[in-house]
Design a protein around this ligand. Structure first.
Ligand code: FAD
Ligand code: NAD
Length: 477
């Protein structure tokens, strides 16, 4: 039977976010043990690894979204969901302030949610390093809306470039697609974009053939710093073949509506400021801390030295608190901010919370049993209760055995265009580093199997087949 009102005998567990961390926690959490409340402005889970493919229409964005309501309705006990943004967490008062930022608002659009336990899984925002013009002129690549915006702009640039009487210089600018940030996001996007050009655009609009050009700009001496040297070289040579230009040691300092200004370090060590005109600019320089997280950090003295996010202990408890946990990109651990890490952290917390609830139940029972032991009449009854107590104590030891969080790295995988992928995979204690078409097939099947639901898998596979047969859809809505 569904229970709709919160149970006063249970603790309230509030979960912020509906991304990798929060959803993997929800998947494994036994929701009967707590009054669970989920708060996120985004009412769906997003399978981010395939987001770069949405920018060209290879995959339709809805194929990689899963409604949070569909996830929650399969849980044993009712979970409350509020489509809202957490604007402030008050650590002392144990409340979260939430705000409905969607278009339709009721009489109440701001309110407070009290918690006994809180999990912060709000992810990160896009880093801009305060570089002027970035927010105004570039596209990010983090959410569905970002991918849609890029998809529209690619076609807008192309159609504007072939506009009647456009000058040569302007055509070149409009067809120059600049990606800033040589991490996996920038690399995967550059690869997808070049594929779009090779597979479809150049056939549909032959006039743009000589001028369409993708450039990847990276401040460091090489791209993909988290991959092995061999795979970096493989990616670089593959990009060369694909005719994607990589500009390393090129640090963007300023962005205007038509060009970026970058500091270029030359082989002799001297630097030069260069203007690079662009039609489309995609900004993928990694993560920054969200305001709501920074505000929480400021309330907790133990967090004063952390910069990049919430410092947590080995059980993912936010340092300086005892009832707040953090998962994913907003938490600082020894691991990279990836979906793989966030997913494992969420699953770990589910196990931890399930165990905590079991432990508490056993402890309550032990208390009852010790009273029963004192009140027992006769040896036989006393012995019986004593045996029960021993059994419960054994159970307690067993359940309490949950160790600290340990990340198990399944490997890094990235698509690099032209039906090639790179993979650093640690299997059977040896490291397999590979690149190429087989890796690409592996990449496809791995990502397909990682999709949230069977529904998502069918949709993604269908999108791939559709694009293969009919090409990508270039209409701009
Ligand atoms: P997210 O998944 O970002 O989720 C954060 C959630 O919090 C969202 O639901 C958001 O709406 C919500 N939220 C935001 N603000 C608030 C607020 N104030 N209150 C309440 N809720 C809030 N990692 C890999 O391991 N492999 C990959 O192949 C890979 N590919 C990627 C491709 C792209 C294009 C991008 C951008 C990232 C990729 N990543 C990949 C990284 C991975 O997506 C992140 O590490 C992961 O999403 C982090 O999970 P999270 O739960 O911390 O945050
Ligand atoms: P990132 O932090 O990995 O890379 C950002 C890059 O931008 C860095 O190499 C940095 O040197 C560069 N940069 C910063 N400022 C610059 C400037 N002003 N000018 C030029 N270059 C500049 O960011 P990301 O690629 O968005 O990835 C974020 C996280 O998500 C990472 O942990 C990554 O592993 C993960 N991710 C993984 C995959 C995958 O596994 N396939 C895909 C996407 C993202």
């Amino acid at each position: 039977e569904e229970q709709l009102e919160p149970d006063p005998s249970k603790k309230t567990l509030v979960i912020l976010g509906s991304g990798w961390g929060a959803v993997s926690l929800l998947k494994k959490l036994d929701t009967e043990n707590y009054n669970v409340v989920v708060i996120s402005p985004r009412n769906f889970f997003l399978f981010t690894p395939l987001l770069p493919s949405c920018t060209t229409g290879l995959i339709e964005h809805r194929s990689i979204m899963e409604p949070i309501r569909n996830i929650l309705r399969h849980k044993k006990a009712t979970v409350k969901y509020y489509e809202a943004e957490a604007t402030k967490i008050d650590y002392e008062k144990r409340v979260v302030y939430i705000s409905d930022d969607s278009e339709i608002k009721g009489d109440v659009s701001h309110t407070v949610v009290p918690f006994d336990m809180l999990v912060v899984g709000v992810g990160a925002e896009n880093a801009t390093f305060g570089i002027p013009g970035v927010r105004e002129h570039s596209c990010f690549l983090k959410e569905v809306g970002d991918a849609q915006k890029i998809r529209k702009r690619i076609m807008d640039c192309v159609e504007t470039a072939v506009f009647k009487d456009q000058t040569d210089e302007e055509v070149k600018r409009l067809l120059h697609m600049v990606v800033v940030g040589g991490g996996p996001t920038g690399v995967e996007f550059a690869g997808e974009l070049q594929d779009f050009f090779e597979d479809d655009l150049r056939k549909w609009i032959p006039e743009i053939q000589d001028n369409f050009h993708v450039t990847l700009v990276e401040a460091l001496p090489n791209i993909l710093p988290m991959f092995s040297k061999q795979l970096i070289e493989y990616t670089e040579s593959s990009f060369k073949e694909e005719k994607i230009t990589i500009r390393t040691k090129t640090m963007v300092k300023n962005v205007t509506d038509k060009y970026i200004e970058a500091q270029v370090t030359k082989p002799d060590g001297t630097t030069e400021l260069e203007r690079i005109p662009y039609g489309l600019l995609v900004w993928a320089t990694g993560n920054a801390v969200r305001g709501v997280v920074r505000d929480l950090m400021e309330q907790i003295p133990a967090q004063k030295d952390s910069r990049r996010g919430l410092a947590v202990n080995e059980y993912l408890v936010v340092n300086g608190t005892e009832n707040i946990w953090a998962v994913g990109d907003c938490a600082i651990t020894n691991y990279a901010p990836t979906a793989q890490v966030a997913g494992q952290e969420g699953a770990f917390l589910a196990r931890l919370f399930n165990t905590m609830a079991k432990t508490e139940a056993i402890e309550t029972e032990l208390k009852k049993l010790s009273v029963a032991q004192q009140e027992a009449k006769g040896d036989e009854e006393r012995n019986h209760v004593f045996e029960e107590i021993k059994e419960r104590q054994r159970q307690l030891r067993r359940t309490k055995q949950i160790g600290p969080f340990q990340y198990s790295h399944q490997g890094s995988l990235a698509y690099i265009g032209k039906e090639r992928a790179v993979a650093d995979i640690s299997w059977l204690s040896g490291n397999i580093a590979s690149g190429g078409t087989m890796t690409y097939l592996f990449w496809r099947s791995a990502y397909l199997s990682m999709c949230f639901s069977a529904r998502n898998r069918v949709l993604v596979a269908t999108d791939w087949i559709k694009a293969k047969i009919f090409g990508r859809d270039v209409s701009r809505e």
